[in-house]
Every structure is written in C-alpha cells, then in structure tokens.
Design a protein around this ligand. Sequence first.
Ligand SMILES: *Cc1c(COP(=O)(O)O)cnc(C)c1O
Length: 465
Amino acid sequence: MAMISNHMPTAELQALDAAHHLHPFTHGNDLRKKGARVITRAKGVTLTDSEGNEFLDAMAGLWCVNLGYGREELAEVAARQMKELPYYNTFFQTTHVPVIALARRIAELTPGDLNHVFFASSGSEANDTNIRLVRTYWEQKGKPSKRAIISRKNAYHGSSMGSASLGGMAAMHAQGGMPIPDIHHIDQPYWWGEGGDMDFEAFGLARARQLEEKILELGAENVGAFIGEPVQGAGGVIIPPASYWPEIQRICAEHDILLIADEVICGFGRTGKWFGSETYDIKPDIMTIAKGLSSGYQPVGGSVVTDEIAEVLDGCEFAHGYTYSGHPVACAVALENLRLLEEEGIVTRAGSETAPYLAEKWAGLADHPLVGEAVIVGLMGSLALTPDKASRAKFAADPGTAGLICREECFANNLIMRHVGDRMVISPPLVITMAEVDMLIERAWRALDAAHKRLEAEGLMKAAS
Ligand SMILES: *Cc1c(COP(=O)(O)O)cnc(C)c1O
C-alpha cells in the first residue's frame, strides 16, 4: 500500500479522505463534491494547507489553541513522558506524577474552593461526568429526587448523548433521540436576535428569571443543577447582559441548585481572565474544562468541583471513569501549556493589552453595511450579519446562507473565521500580536465587502418578513 503523505497531490488526498473518513459536522455530499481542505502545518497563528496557502487562524482551531501552534516545549514534554510512562490508569487507587501535578495546578488556578478534578479526555466526556456526578451528589445527600438539570437553548456542551442533551442545539437533538430524560432548556440571553424592543439589561434579567420559573414549574426538590457557558461559544459568541449572571447566581443559591459553569471555551484566558467565571463574577460549584487546558495539543478535559462536593462524593465509590481519565501524556502536556501561558504572561497580556486593542478594531466592523452588531469579550467576538441594521433584521434566505458565503470569502482572503448561522465568530490564539490583529481586521473587512457584493448580486440582501 502506498504511503499517504503531505506530498501527495491534494486531489488524491481529498479523494481518499472522502472515501474512508466520516467527518464531524460535515455534509458528506459537499465533501465529495468539493473535497476537504487539507491542513499540513501550523506556527503561531498561521495555518498552511496542502497547496501552500497560508491562513490567519482566527478560530484557534476549534477555540482551543490558546498558546498558538508549534510550541516545541509541548512536543518535548510529550516525548519525554511517552518514554517514561506512556500510559497508566487512575482507577482502583492508582495514580502517577503528571496527573497529581496537573490536578494541583488546576486547583491553584481555579477560583474559590474549586479544588478537585475528575479527568476526562474531552469537554463532552466531562459534561457526561457532570450529569452523573450531580445526581450522585444529591443521592449521597439524601435528596435523590434532585435529578433534573436545566440548560439553555442554543447552548453547546458536547456531542455525546449526555452532553448534547445538555446542549440546546435543535439540529443535534433532531438526530438520535435527544435530549435524554430530565434535561430542560430555557431561553438564551441573546438580545440582538431575540430581545425585540426590550432594554438590554432588562432583557438579561428576564432571561435569567426563566430559570426561576422553570425551577418552580419542576419543583426545586426535583432540580439538581443549572449549566451554562459564561459566554455561549458555539452558539455564536452570545455575550450576556451584565444583569444576567448575578441573577442566575441568586436563583441557584436561593433554590439550592448546583451551578455548573461550562468553561470549556471561556477557560484559560479566553475572556481576558483565567476563567469566564472571573470575568462575570460567577461562583460555580462545578466547572467543566477542556480545550485551552492543553491548547489542543492533547485531548484532555475535566470537571472541577468544590471541597463540599468532593467531600460528599468521598462517601461512596463513584462508579464512573474513562480509560484515559488523567492520561499521563495529556496531563504532562497540559501542565506545560499552563506553565507557558502563565510564565510568559500570555493570559495577562491577552487580557490587558491584546483584548482592548482588538475590541476597538472589532467595534469598527459594526460600520460595515452588512454588520448589525460587533461584540467581543476578551479574545472571543462575533458579528451579526443582517440585511437591515436599523431593524436588526434576519435574512429571508435560510439561516446560515449569508454566513456560509461570508465564511467562503474569509477563506478566499486567507482568514479563518467561522459562521454560526448568520453570525461570524472569532476566537484567535491568545498569542496573536497587534500586527496580526490589524491583519485579521483588514481581511475580515475585505471578506465582508466581498460577501456583501455576492449577497447583493444574488438578490439575498432581503429581510425575512
Ligand atoms: C467544545 C465544547 C464542549 C465539548 O468539548 P469536546 O472536547 O469537543 O468534547 C463542551 N462545552 C463547550 C462550551 C464547548 O465549547
């Protein structure tokens, strides 16, 4: 069998890929027609494809490469760990040095008394853990009826049965029989899309109070937890009004409901501080972490819980675990990633220097005729595309039509920006320089111009009635 390498013609790689590789979140027919983009290497914020094209990756992969690509230190740590102890599990009272070191480091970094980590290999696994963990916690406390978990429409918490059930993506629920029982969804705090004539902050309060209404409807004795991303990421970078989180916090405390902050995207510097919970002054009982924990160099995630929850769980054997919970290579790499993020001042600089600079430039994109709003917190931002700014109109065409066109024009301008429906989102590596920010904005503006022209030429600048 011939070796498959980067040096094969792109068309051959694409044909083989389409023949044997089932892709996540990809339409198979599109793949066959157009072929996948083959990424061959990356350095800093720049990706290179098999044709030698270079792209500014304004998405940090899938929101995860906070440290930027190509850090040799992580490769070296991985090689060293593989030679010393490539694998051992953490079941049945065994442990190893990398998992001990990483758990302690996470306990130090996370706020408050979030001091205990249950490891997984992904955010999805960690959120599945959370479902069982919350219910086991309440059973241990003699309140087994507190099983329900309340989440939000358009939330993203992963792709496994449990985590996708927690998520509020209608298209995902439509495939495969989700949500699983006892998961409930309230509306998201998305003012631009759903706020109508309401005042921004009043809308935030109203959306938070839906949690209280849902708790009262179900009975607080039946509700175990609320889960939310501090800022919804995959839902389109939906930044909540300032009134939202304090009210959620109040409601959870008042009704004795655990608060889970899904920090898979927001964690590790994305919102300008180490955790989104710090940016929004949330005091979660459980934090989901993954993505930036290792900057994507290794698959690793986890659930971080408070002293009180850990103490309650210690009263039983939690019959749960993954073969790769606390994988030594993943832990060693994550630890090195956290060391570099801190010692090189990457998180601090992203928050205090890069974020304000990017915010100012990003806000300027709201002047583009195709853009209804440009919002950003830290290094995660989004644009609402609209056929009519004044009325915050949605497009008459199917949702995502304009977004996809804009994304294609981004690629054509050597910029990777993702679309979520008709919102464009960014989440660049935290190491992005000011010059690269300028480049990002320039390319985004050109892509918006090109998309605008195409939408006009195709008669798509029409508002939904
Ligand atoms: C990506 C994501 C997940 C799922 O993480 P995976 O590692 O893809 O399983 C969970 N929650 C949030 C907020 C995410 O963005």
